[in-house]
Design a protein. Structure first.
Length: 534
């Protein structure tokens, strides 16, 4: 027989029979399986090994070939999709090459491209895995050939995801945001006002598109941007009051528990109580008899008459429970600048106070957790409302979309009908007694450019845990603030000698100015030297 030559149809049955006999003979002669055989998938008929689990036409040569070993199959199933999902496609590479600010287009891997675009950002293993999934989502989220219902379902899911996140990874930018922008920008540009910001519109997708195309964080070089009118909002989404939502869920839980107790728990509880009472009475009776017998024996030995038979015995009185000692109040923390909660904050928008000419009302992200008191939600971020007396001193344009340093643990104050829940830190020249303290120039304290909203701001050498909220009666802010100043190098610092309670005496005397900083660097002002900061 020559392998590779054609046989006539009449010869095929004989060939099949001989090959099958040869294969089965080989299988029977191997009494001990080899390691290679152990890697093979188990089959009931050795001569009919196949790549498919479904029924297939019989192949007489199947016994001479071995399919992919299970270990290799598992490897390719795990590795190949993972590698493919994190690979950037040609259209996105072209987009990055044209519009990205650096050489990110040289990378075909999503993680490496993200690290090239945002070198200061680090990604966890989970976030790296998410990147690949988001690239797949971006490739399907606006597919032209898809039916309207499926497309609407995907857009709604993405809109919900972005409702509580600045970027698709939460707060970290990545190439996945750019991939979504590339696919969604042409779609969003054709949406009507109702589709963009209507009651059932995709508010958060529109916000994300606007953020990616305009934010200096992405720094995309775009000649043609999606035209988004920030003032044209058809339906304003009511911000979620975290405190009210928490209270609502609590009441629902209590109502559900009460309903469950009323419907099913009462009979069982009553039966259980009756059984327990019966058991308890039997135990008490036996205990009384033993106690009576013991007392009778003791009385006989002492020569005293015992109680008459059948007379009830006196029960021992239970000891009264001692009240638990109350916990001592926490020790009062010593006076220190660290008691003041200074944080990097991000002004998302600012506007004039409706009832006060000298005030601005700002919506500020301070890094608060969802549900924190005196916070609300704006564009998917937890924010505070902050009033500042800077109207007429700092142009409104300079208050938009900028980072500042905020005092976050002062007691909230209502200013002309608007509740202010933090204070903006600003510098102004020191004035002599009797002069107008609000007449001179004012400059906002600026954190390092790499700092993020919520980052802790502290004076070097005065690190510590701030108070949850400063007690106005203790005047902590009033005692510490006089030490806030600016230096000749335009840094912001704390002059300990300006606060007599902290300067100390003798060997413990403290001197010098401690720099105000974050983990990313120093806080500064533009031009004011030797100014007061408040």
């Amino acid at each position: 027989m020559q392998v590779g030559t054609r046989s006539s149809p009449a010869a095929l049955p004989a060939l099949r029979s001989s090959l099958l006999h040869f294969t089965r003979t080989r299988t029977r002669t191997r009494t001990t399986p080899t390691p290679f055989q152990l890697l093979r998938p188990r089959t009931t008929t050795p001569a009919r090994l196949s790549f498919s689990t479904a029924a297939a036409p019989y192949n007489p040569l199947a016994g001479f070939f071995t399919p992919l070993q299970p270990l290799l199959v598992d490897f390719f199933r795990q590795k190949i999709p993972a590698m493919a999902s994190s690979t950037i496609d040609e259209s996105l590479l072209t987009f990055l090459n044209t519009h990205a600010p650096n050489n990110a287009s040289a990378e075909t891997d999503a993680v490496k491209a993200s690290q090239a675009l945002f070198p200061s950002v680090t990604y966890s293993d989970a976030e790296k895995a998410e990147l690949g999934q988001w690239l797949i989502t971006a490739s399907h989220v606006a597919s032209a050939g898809e039916d309207a219902a499926k497309a609407s379902e995907r857009l709604s899911a993405l809109n919900t995801h972005l409702s509580s996140r600045t970027t698709v990874l939460g707060a970290k930018p990545s190439v996945a945001d750019i991939a979504l922008y590339q696919k969604l920008a042409p779609v969003v540009s054709k949406w009507s006002a109702e589709e963009r910001t209507g009651e059932n519109g995709y508010h958060h997708i529109v916000r994300h598109v606007d953020f990616v195309q305009n934010s200096p964080l992405f720094a995309l070089k775009l000649d043609d941007k999606v035209n988004i009118d920030l003032d044209k909002v058809v339906f304003k989404i009511k911000p979620v009051d975290a405190k009210a939502e928490k209270e609502r869920k609590k009441k629902e839980k209590e109502a559900a528990a009460a309903a469950a107790a009323a419907s099913g728990a009462t009979p069982t509880t009553a039966t259980g109580e009756q059984g327990a009472e019966g058991k308890k009475s039997r135990k008490e009776k036996a205990k009384d008899k033993v106690q009576a017998a013991g007392e009778a024996v003791a009385s006989t030995v002492a020569g005293k008459p015992g109680p008459p038979e059948g007379a009830p015995t006196q029960k021992k009185e239970k000891k009264a429970k001692q009240p638990k000692p109350q916990k001592a109040p926490p020790a009062e923390k010593p006076l220190s600048p660290a008691l003041i909660d200074l944080r990097v904050a991000h002004i998302l928008k600012a506007e004039k106070h409706p009832n006060a000419d000298s005030l601005y009302v700002s919506t500020v992200a301070c890094g608060d957790a969802p549900g924190t008191d005196n916070t609300s939600e704006y564009e998917g971020q937890v924010v505070r409302t902050v009033c500042s007396g800077l109207n007429g001193l700092i142009p409104l344009e300079e208050m938009q979309n900028r980072k500042i340093v905020a005092v976050c643990n002062l007691k909230p104050v209502t200013m002309r009908g608007v509740k202010s829940c933090a204070m903006v830190l600003a510098a102004s020249p020191r004035v002599a007694e009797g002069e107008d303290s609000h007449g001179g120039p004012v400059e906002l304290v600026s954190p390092p450019t790499d700092a993020k909203a919520g980052d802790r701001v502290f004076f070097e050498g005065w690190e510590g845990e701030p108070e949850g909220q400063l007690n106005p009666k203790k005047k902590i802010w009033e005692a510490i603030q006089p030490g806030f100043t600016t230096t000749d190098s335009l840094g912001v610092g704390f002059d300990v000698e300006a606060v007599p309670q902290l300067s100390g005496e003798g060997a413990e005397k403290k001197t010098g100015v401690a720099a105000l900083k974050t983990a990313a660097g120093l806080c500064t002002v533009k031009t004011l030297k030797g100014a007061t900061v408040r």
